[in-house]
Design a protein around this ligand. Sequence first.
Ligand SMILES: C[S@@+](CC[C@H](N)C(=O)[O-])C[C@H]1O[C@@H](n2cnc3c(N)ncnc32)[C@H](O)[C@@H]1O
Length: 635
Amino acid sequence: MAALGSLQKRKHFERQSQVVISEPPQKRQKSETPITNGRSTGQPTQSRDLHQNGTVLPSRASTPARPPSTNGQAPTEPKQKRSPLGKRSAYALQRPDDREKYQPTSDRKTTSMKEEESPRKPFRSVAEKLATIKNEAASILRSSNNTPLNSFRPLKEATPLRFKAISSSEQPRNAAISQSSILSVDIPSPQKTLETSPKVQSSSRFLQPKFEIIVPSSQELLQKWSGPVPKAQSTLNYERRSMLKELKKSPNIAQEKPEEARRLFGVTFSNIFAPESDDERMVKVASKKARKVTRKGIQLEGDDLAKSIQRLDLDKITIHPAQAVRAVLTNRFNEQLSPPITFANDVNERRLPGKFQFVDHYVIREGVRLAPTSRSGCRCEDCRISTCTCFSKTIGDREDSTARIGQNRTYTRRPDGLVVLSDDYIEQELDKTADHYEITECNEFCRCGNDCLNRVVGKGRTVPLEIFQTDKCGFGVRSSQDIVRGQFIDTYLGEILTEAELCQREDAGEEGEPSYIHSLDWFDYNSDKNYHVDGKNFGTPMRFVNHSCNPNARSFVVQMHKDDKKVYHLAFFAIRNIPAGTEIRIDYSGGADQDEELNAELADGFTRCYCGEKNCRKRLWRPGVKTRRRRRKAD
Ligand SMILES: C[S@@+](CC[C@H](N)C(=O)[O-])C[C@H]1O[C@@H](n2cnc3c(N)ncnc32)[C@H](O)[C@@H]1O
């Protein structure tokens, strides 16, 4: 049985040792030297001398490489003497001992040098070209005698050849390659493979790698394939998942493998992340000198990227997970530094919640539908309240719009050039008995320019903000600059949720825990189809704004387009001058129930207010009510 086994094995090796040269069909028709089964009928070739591991088996003694035919005819190959060993000889000659015997190193060098020195003449036929290619291949393989399989490199550009070690189990990769002339050399000996290629050794002992010498049909093809072989989508997905797993263990991977990250996710995380680890940053932030740090230096409490990714709840996100991860990574360290956001805690060791991400846009959650944006805008060169259609939209759908047009001016330009909310507009909005109006700003389809008076929120935040630890109310927000009455501070952003999702989250949350919900109920206060903004995990510095019964800021409803009555901006403006360093606070009730139960006894379940103002109502909201609702008109 053992003998039979070895015989079968040998036969198998003999079959494998055949040299296969294939060409595209059209080329083959033209070829004057059809090549079959590794044996050219009229063309001298050394291809049969190629060994799978990069060695060239010498034609008996040191036969020099035959120069290519110059007369356009394939020269006739002198009839080879059949080896006395028959078929077995092919295998026998491939044993290392034989190889050494038949091809001393010095011989190989000589042959190689001779080939290099011989001038190349233009090819006259495909056959001649193939012959030259094969000679070159033989030469290269010979010079790479001891090179492991997986260390072959593409030839220089001038040589229209490329070597690639592939597994014989690989399928032809694509049509482009199959149209090229391919010279394949099967590897007969798994043993040899194991010796020369650790990679192959580790994968499978039945793997039978072979060489393909690819003769590209054009330079373009050569260029296309000079890079790494494109990977299948499934492979990419697998690699992406692996990298995400690695990221879960350590976000530092993102910096350590920037190229890998770019290849898999299209982004180099090292551009986004500070190169130091969270731990290193924590040490820096903890040092006294670094008490006040820029956003880059803010240590995110306890959390790491892994948890951020887990929190993504990938099933519920409608975009591709890779995109979602990318968005989180980008937004987590979003450079909202201009004007800067800083963090300070001189009270205790509390740090920003690690789950929180700064964003500059709403995060739309499942079930939320955005109205399509119309492409309409005003036609003014210089927007004026009496003529601009955007301005008039602010009040245009009200019955008494004409009467109010004068007093309902929203923005005004101060002598110093700063555009602020007009006193009239602020007073009107603070008046509980008056009608309240949203602001409609000019948008990207308006003809007016960036200097337009009616563009404030659309231009973004202009004041620096600092998140800091208050004495009694957790973190709060302040600015290092004076803020004047009517000045825009920032918007409130976060995840937009449906009512159902909000209920789920509130049920899952614990009674008494901080609330970060802002309802978008401006246009229909009583509807149960309104959306809500949850700023808990995603948001702006306004997420940290505390309540005061005597507020110095307030949120106003701002739209850039009139189309969406369910999703709009919640923009915070100063309603009083706020000196630098003073905490910015709003009234969570929107002023609707300011007079209710003033100084009332703190009932069970009421969330206690610690604003410390003289007129403090002693409570933030009723039991079970966590949502800050902003009524259009006081009921
Ligand atoms: C939108 S958050 C404000 C940021 C919060 N201080 C923090 O550290 O994340 C709202 C929560 O802050 C707290 N808070 C805000 N204003 C308060 C006040 N005047 N008195 C007591 N707690 C207040 C309450 O826990 C409330 O649920």
